[in-house]
Design a protein around this ligand. Sequence first.
Ligand SMILES: Cc1ncc(COP(=O)(O)O)c(C=O)c1O
Length: 335
Amino acid sequence: LVGLTVARTAKAEIDINQLGVAAAPRPMTLYASTETHNSVTKAAALLGLGREALRLIRVDADFRIDLSELKRAIAADRAEGKLPFCVVGNAGTVNTGAFDDLQALGDLCRQENLWFHVDGAFGAFAAVVPSRKHAVAGMGEADSLAFDLHKFMYVPFEAGCAMVRDSDAHRRAFAVSADYLVHAQRGPAGGNVWFTDYGVQLSRGFRALKVWMSLKEHGARKYAAAIAQNVDQARYLAGLVESNDRLQLLAPTSFNIVCFRYAAAGMADALLDRVNEELLLELQEQGIALPSSTRINGRFAIRVCITNHRTRRADLDLLVNEVDQRGERLATSLK
Ligand SMILES: Cc1ncc(COP(=O)(O)O)c(C=O)c1O
């Protein structure tokens, strides 16, 4: 919401905060892949652009945005009299942890005069993992970037972070003057940086404290090691799934997410969905493990997103064994 608010203000053809979206000469459109988190859809609605203004572009087999489709959609909208203004790139999609080609998206945005926002909720942290750093090449080109410190800095909920390259544009989007909020030279209202000028809230909690304290206590290197460990664990889990012929990996594991299901040979997709839905509930309700779920190409998937410094490989061994055994039992009872 923060990144897209600044994008909308910066790229609008009018003073949109003053006049409102209805006064814009051309409807404004933005672009992101179908794998994009629904927070972007929410933001499009909250910003008055409408959910339909967000053009969801199809992905390739690795769940990365299809660049030629994106270019076609932008050109088609321009031809129809719309104003394309922003592309959202994913550094780690919510479903599978896929990374869009951020370099190519950044280049396209420069050519097309579009704002480039990157959703790096957890994937932005690939920057500190030597073996995954290449996945975020181009992220530095972003006009705005969002990421969550409650994901890969393991701090308690919640501490989201939004960064905007152009601080004047950032302030223009949010700052509203008021007699009771004067930037004084001295005293408790002294100083030029007021966070209310950079976001939605006036009264706000001191979220940065827990982040700063954690960094001071552990140091950046320890975080990099813990994140790399989680990424290795995801690969380990994917390996366990691949080596078991009753389990099926439903998406490539490019970072810290593994999507899989119980799928013994000869079972129909509809039964597999029921078995895996029930299986996941059992795991959760019985306190065995707490994966989430999603759908990958229409199939129900058990989704393991590892952002816990206390996760151990033995936990993943246990999970896989439980899925295997329970899957077999449920497959017989639900038939
Ligand atoms: C890729 C991605 N974007 C955005 C979000 C939303 O972040 P938050 O839960 O902090 O609002 C999430 C996760 O929840 C996510 O995985």
